[in-house]
Design a protein around this ligand. Structure first.
Ligand SMILES: Cc1ncc(COP(=O)(O)O)c(C=O)c1O
Length: 367
């Protein structure tokens, strides 16, 4: 069976380094907010090109902390509207709701799955205060166009970069450094994945950085002094230690993903399958390789019978979830079509060329 994602194989590459680091960590007797978290924050800020990085508990908390900080700073107010792509993962929208803001669900561009600039402009009102872009599946949203809308309307721009570690634009500027603040997830399946939950925020704002550092640790400014009603959203020291090891391999892993994507793009010729758009630049890190197929279930069954696992990112759109039944979303036909037809095929830095060839051949045999 070709697994959708072989996490054991991904992490086995680092086994000796992990074991060595774990022993060092165990013997240190320092298990929360120690030198590994501090080192990771420095390393990841350097990697993204930002002034600051704050390690936190997971990607959802990273998004929540950004909004909470802007609320504390008075930059945002309760019930302000935040424009967000309707086809994102649920956590993006949960973060907006949890902080008392109003998500405004906007259709993506059908060809690239990220926010459509035209659709954004249609939804801007006097209550709009921020745009939360999602670099879905690992491809940067159209940041230049979106940034000009943001400037024109004096909005905040926030990135959900949970799926886009290392994606960069033509000028070499990376995800995480294309907005006021960005949220990352290091959930194990991500391009940079921990061995448990982990996340981070990147920003160039000193004020935002200082506020989030407090908020992630009960609101603490110094020991037993609290400026805000904060949370326990700290990045675990041992996860930071693992991430420091894996970060060194991220660019190489992303290149391997792009190479597999190019094999798929040139090898898959079945007309029943719509391939993803890719402009051959480093703006895509292929967290997922997403096809569109009209009769999706029969395609999934065919691949499974041929020992290939697939996944759907994601089968039910947020506005069709019971949790968000209160959201008065306008008609979202593009989002609904995407959610009916998308299917992700295996892609990872540890896939062998034989496996890639088998996936291509099997898909081409599907009728
Ligand atoms: C686009 C997106 N946003 C947010 C999250 C939330 O991250 P986490 O699972 O670390 O909370 C994820 C990942 O799961 C994601 O893919």
């Amino acid at each position: 069976m070709i697994q959708f994602l072989d996490l054991h194989k991904i992490n086995a590459r680092f086994q000796l380094e992990f074991q060595h680091k774990f022993n060092e960590f165990l013997n240190s007797g320092h298990y929360i907010l120690g030198k590994e978290v501090a080192a990771f924050e420095k390393n990841f800020a350097n990697y993204c090109g930002t002034k600051y990085c704050i390690g936190v508990s997971n990607g959802l908390d990273a998004l929540i902390l950004i909004f909470q900080a802007y609320l504390e700073l008075g930059v945002l107010k309760k019930n302000d509207e935040v424009i967000v792509p309707a086809n994102t993962f649920i956590a993006t929208i949960i973060a907006i709701e949890k902080t008392g803001l109003k998500p405004v669900l906007v259709e993506p561009d059908i060809n690239i799955y990220t926010l459509s600039v035209l659709e954004i402009e249609k939804h801007i009102t006097t209550r709009t205060k921020a745009i939360l872009v999602v670099h879905l599946y690992g491809m940067l949203a159209e940041m230049e166009l979106i940034s000009s809308v943001v400037k024109k309307n004096n909005l905040l721009l926030i990135e959900d970069a949970a799926q886009a570690h290392g994606a960069k634009n033509q000028q070499g500027i990376k995800a995480g450094n294309l907005s006021n603040a960005a949220a990352f997830s290091f959930y194990p399946s991500k391009n940079l994945g921990a061995l448990g939950d982990a996340g981070a925020i990147t920003t160039n704002s000193e004020l935002l950085n200082n506020t989030i550092i407090k908020l992630r640790n009960y609101g603490t400014s110094s020991k037993y002094v609290y400026d805000f009603i904060g949370n326990n959203n700290r990045l675990d020291e041992i996860q930071a230690a693992f991430l420091n090891i894996k970060l060194k391999c991220l660019d190489e892993d992303n290149s391997k993903r792009r190479k597999i994507a190019n094999h798929y793009l040139s090898g898959i010729t079945n007309k029943k399958v719509k391939l993803p758009f890719y402009n051959q630049s480093c703006n895509h890190v292929f967290y997922a390789f997403v096809l569109m197929v009209e009769n999706r279930q029969s395609f999934i069954d065919f691949l499974y019978k041929n020992n290939i696992e697939t996944l759907i990112h994601y089968p039910i759109p947020p506005h069709k979830q019971q949790a968000f039944s209160h959201l008065k979303a306008s008609a979202l036909p593009i989002t609904e079509m995407i959610h009916h037809q998308i299917v992700s095929i295996p892609i990872s830095p540890v896939m062998t060329s034989k496996e890639v060839e088998k996936v291509i051949k099997t898909i081409n045999n599907y009728s």
